[in-house]
Design a protein around this ligand. Structure first.
Ligand code: SPV
Ligand code: MG
Length: 668
């Protein structure tokens, strides 16, 4: 593709403005001339070959083009009789350089970037017209039939639209026109417009009318035109454009869309907060401040701001951007409600939405895969629980007892309000890990086997892991457990203040269970904290006083003592359906300690929503065994159905096809 700019003419209607240089060198702002603007637009579009026809002040023009230092190769073709001919003859002189797809423009044309983008995006040959501007008395109009340009001229009024000499001409269409231009010139017909030759072709050049409506696309013939166009340009350049990003890896696709966006005006980039990113896809690798810094250093980005929610409302109502830019991927699917809201807010103040085609390039998918792999690395995974806690205030955790349940916790997503609701972390429960092995929950499954379960889960997932460490065992053993878990990339261990033969808390006082002394358990916590090597690993003290019916006072005394001993979080447990004792505990604990995170396992007291718990001051909600309780009855039912029917057909309806199950398993 080559650009052809016609700059041979005298520009005499500009008066003194063209006394020392050709019209195209007229300044349209303090930084730009008509020509420098055109050439920058051409270079930005990735076009490198430019043919310029010259004549009037040709040497000044050539020197000027060189001085612009743009990544363009110029071919200058001088029309030696520019003062006696029209530009049809300049084109004829340049014909040998024009055997290509061509962007043709008059040298006095000023158009905004969006116009040029539309021209470049047009697959068919096209000419810019406006269906909204009035027909000019003396300037170009195009006669349109079925969307195609039939004739162009100043005297055409029938079926006509205002038209500007900005064309994209595919090689075959251009050849037809260029041949006719040559025929005209060779017959001595050199004082007419090149469009006179086009008009002889009766539409054979297949040029579509490209309606650019009210967008700026105007020629400058007089000082009055110059004043109008300069004023419009100023407005355009002060336009603000808003885009929002959730990414922490910036690749070529992002740069391409940023480049396009910044051509529309001053670009403000909104960077989604960590919390908003987490609710949209997965927890970000880099915190928002660092992601903001990445964008601040991209050329053409005027300003970077945080967008705190998935909804654009807050920032749109703060910055009132003239344009919002987004990929067209949000037109359907779970992001549609966000888009709908943006459209209605923009409508309310006259803003505009510009959508670019979304890139689904394989190499970007590969980057996402690498990003996932990174998230699974122990050092990155370990610290993420603390980060999620800090950013979200409430973390939801689901039990996983093997690779497959890990994948379910990792990938289950519910789309609501334009976001993706999912679990933040995984709980490796002693009850479910033991049950999966057909063993009772009495610390019978040894640590080596428990670590194996963690490893199976870690191999296929990226979310942070909270480990159920039962009593933590002997303090001498516990310190080793802490270090092993840290090394593996586990984020938190929860140990309960029981001793002797531990039984599952859901048995309560139905079985004999011993609670550890405050002193012993505090010493265990202290030893664990001393043993750990990273600062992010968390040790949570679980208090069994309510389970063992030792009363609220005992629970609270222990909670404060364990926090004092260095526990990073406190878990309070209850097996009552009624949540009131847990609520009372939270209230009384929070009255004195506003920061230590509170962990709950609401298996029995399951009527309270996460939002209510958060409002009361809880921070981590663990769904400790629901996946296992879902799978056991489903498996039993399938087994019974086969036994009853002596075949599997009746059971089929209750089963998931394996094709769907294996979709859960990630491919490398
Ligand atoms: C577990 O899931 O193993 C627990 C929580 O420790 S509970 O079963 O409620 O005691
Ligand atoms: Mg347990």
């Amino acid at each position: 593709m080559k650009a052809l700019i016609l700059n041979s003419g005298l520009g005499s209607r500009m008066g003194a403005l063209t006394s020392e240089h050709p019209k195209c060198m007229t300044e349209i702002s303090s930084r730009q001339t008509i020509l420098s603007r055109q050439l920058t637009q051409i270079a930005d579009a990735g076009i490198t070959e430019v043919v310029i026809t010259t004549g009037y002040y040709d040497e000044v023009l050539v020197d000027y083009c060189k001085s612009l230092d743009l990544p363009l190769n110029f071919t200058y073709v001088k029309n030696l009789i520019y003062d006696k001919t029209n530009y049809i003859y300049s084109i004829y002189c340049a014909r040998e350089y024009l055997q290509d797809d061509i962007i043709l423009m008059h040298g006095d044309l000023v158009f905004e970037n969006e116009v040029f983008d539309k021209v470049l995006a047009s697959e068919s040959s096209c000419m810019t017209v406006s269906s909204t501007l009035p027909l000019p008395e003396k300037d170009f109009k195009a006669q349109i039939r079925d969307g195609m340009v039939m004739k162009v001229g100043v005297d055409i009024f029938e079926d006509a639209l205002e038209a500007q000499a900005l064309y994209k001409l595919n090689r075959e269409d251009w050849k037809v026109w260029l041949d006719e231009i040559s025929a005209f010139c060779e017959a001595g017909n050199t004082k007419v417009y090149a469009e006179n030759a086009l008009n002889e072709l009766n539409g054979a050049a297949n040029i579509a009318a490209l309606d650019v409506g009210d967008l700026l696309c105007a020629e400058i013939d007089t000082p009055e035109d110059l004043a109008v166009v300069s004023a419009r340009l100023k407005k355009i350049e002060n336009r603000t454009v808003y885009m929002c990003f959730a990414t922490d890896i910036i690749h070529g696709g992002h740069i391409a869309i940023i480049r396009k966006a910044r051509r529309l005006g001053k670009l403000i980039i909104g960077v989604l907060s960590d919390e908003a990113v987490a609710s949209y896809k997965r927890f970000p690798l880099l915190p928002a401040v660092e992601r903001m810094r990445l964008f601040e250093n991209i050329a053409g980005v005027s300003r970077v701001v945080e967008q705190r929610t998935l909804s654009y409302r807050e920032n749109l109502e703060k910055y009132y951007p003239d344009i919002v830019v987004h990929g067209d991927d949000w037109c359907t699917g779970f992001q549609k409600p966000i888009r709908d809201e943006v459209v209605s807010i923009l409508e309310s103040y006259g803003g505009k939405l510009v959508e670019f085609p979304y890139s689904r390039d394989e190499k970007y998918k590969e980057l996402q895969r690498r990003e996932r792999a990174e998230l699974a690395m122990p050092d990155i995974r370990r610290g993420r629980l603390k980060r999620v806690l800090d950013t979200k205030g409430l973390v939801t955790v689901m039990e996983a007892h093997d690779g497959l349940t890990g994948l379910i916790v990792e990938n289950t997503v519910v789309h609501e309000n334009g976001g993706a609701h999912q679990f933040d972390a995984m709980w490796v429960s002693s009850l479910c890990d033991s049950t999966a092995k057909g063993k009772p929950d009495i610390e019978l499954v040894d640590m080596t086997s428990r670590f194996r379960t963690i490893d199976d889960i870690m191999e296929v997932t990226t979310k942070p892991i909270i480990f159920d460490g039962d009593t933590g065992g002997l303090t001498e053993h516990f310190v080793y457990t802490v270090r092993t878990l840290e090394r593996m990339g586990v984020s938190m261990i929860i140990i309960e203040d029981k001793t002797g033969l531990k039984k599952n808390s859901l048995f309560g006082t139905e079985v004999v269970q011993m609670q550890d002394s405050i002193e012993n358990f505090s010493a265990k916590i202290r030893a664990g904290k001393k043993a750990q090597r990273t600062k992010e690993f968390m040790i949570c003290a679980r208090i069994e006083s309510l389970i063992l019916e030792r009363g609220m006072e005992d629970a609270l005394t222990r909670a404060f003592a364990f926090a004092e001993a260095g526990a990073d979080a406190i878990m309070i447990h209850s097996r009552k359906k009624d949540p009131s004792e847990i609520q009372e505990f939270i209230e009384k604990f929070r009255a004195k300690d506003s920061t230590t995170p509170i962990v709950l396992v609401p298996t029995s007291f399951n009527s309270v929503t996460e939002e209510e718990w958060k409002a009361r001051g809880a921070n981590i909600i663990i769904y400790a065994n629901q996946l296992m309780r879902a799978e056991v009855p489903a498996m039993q039912k399938a087994a019974e159905t086969i036994l009853k029917n002596h075949r599997a057909e009746e059971c089929d309806a209750m089963l998931m096809p394996f094709k769907e199950i294996i979709r859960l398993i990630p491919e490398e």
